[in-house]
Design a binder for this molecule. Structure first.
Ligand code: F6P
Ligand code: MN
Length: 314
């Protein structure tokens, strides 16, 4: 008897990048980060949950897992041979890697976003932003690639190099294989994820949230930026926001490490990302730790947020 292997051919990440005709160095960089994520998963599953005893530039206490994830990624990038400069949310200092790579790539990343959710066993992620050359202080529209890895019940990787946005799932051999290609957001947002304390919302944001509620938009907030954005993408619509607050005019989320890469991915899916007035990807940063408010997801819902905020300003 002939046994026919009926397993559908799985397209792995490297092959997908090759078939998209990606630059060899960029392919290498993306695959290095994908490999690093396998060690981060192991750290999340088995590592110590305690504090590292240090704090980052935002005054947040670092967990041992934040520091470990940071080291895992930095080590891979350092030895990749394709990185000029890097900067991490955990250190917020631009680290020169090799001047010989000045015409290659620079990387801004958040090694373990939402790490305070690990002890309650909710999903967390790694977020990465990639620029050509050595300049990391430039508008996000100049990114040449962005990606995130989501550590949930399953591990998934989403990337874009400006040719659509694609999702991969980790299989039992720890390879990332293609789930969805060219994901697009469609229709009005049916879910919303509102960050920040509602009592601190300004009148425009409050009005926007009431509009969402009146329209039957459902609350779906996990408290982790990566799973919340992933939900918008995989459900093909929705909105995430972390608005300006009465006591925090720039919100909480960081432009270089969190907002730019997610804005790039959501725009690649036909969505939008705004700080309430302007496109996130057009903000010119003057420092690495700049924060900005954000409304990100389905285009027409982001436009509705902008309208509510304009009315607030009169
Ligand atoms: O990076 C910060 C982060 O943990 C994000 O993952 C998340 O969206 C946000 O903070 C949650 O903040 P808050 O606890 O204020 O809602
Ligand atoms: Mn973060």
């Amino acid at each position: 008897m002939t046994v026919v292997d009926s397993t559908p051919l799985q397209i792995d990440l490297r092959r997908h990048l090759r078939e998209c005709d990606e630059d060899r160095d960029l392919t290498r960089l993306i695959c290095e980060i994908a490999d690093a994520s396998k060690y981060i998963i192991h750290a999340i599953r088995t590592g110590e949950l305690g504090m590292a005893g240090t704090s980052n530039l935002y005054g947040e206490q670092q967990l041992a897992l934040d520091v470990l994830s940071d080291r895992i990624i930095i080590k891979r990038l350092r030895h990749s041979g394709v990185v000029a400069n890097l900067v991490s949310e955990e250190t917020s200092e631009i680290v020169p890697i090799d001047p010989e790579n000045d015409d290659k790539f620079s990387v801004a990343f958040d090694p373990l976003d939402g790490s305070s959710l690990v002890d309650v066993n909710l999903a967390v992620g790694t977020i990465v932003s990639i620029y050509k050359g050595r300049n990391l202080l430039q508008a996000g529209r100049n990114q040449v690639a962005a990606m995130y890895i989501l550590y949930g019940p399953r591990t998934t990787l989403v990337y874009s190099t400006g040719k659509g946005v694609h999702e991969f799932g980790m299989n039992s051999l720890m390879e990332y294989t293609l789930n969805y290609e060219n994901m697009r957001l469609a229709g009005p947002a049916r879910i919303y994820s509102p960050g920040g304390l509602r009592s601190k919302y300004t009148p425009g944001t409050e009005k926007f949230v009431r509009n969402l509620e009146v329209n039957g938009t459902k609350l779906r907030y996990s408290g982790g930026f990566v799973p919340d954005i992933n939900q918008v993408l995989i459900k093909r619509g929705g909105i995430f926001m972390y608005p300006h607050l009465a006591d925090a005019p720039n919100g909480k989320l960081r432009l270089l490490f969190e907002l730019n890469p997610m804005a790039y991915l959501i725009e690649q899916a036909g969505g939008a990302a705004s700080d309430g007035r302007r496109r996130i990807l057009d903000i010119e940063p003057d420092c690495v730790d700049l924060c900005a408010p954000v409304f990100i997801g389905t285009q027409e819902t982001v436009t509705m947020a902008e309208q509510c905020l304009r009315e607030e300003e009169g």
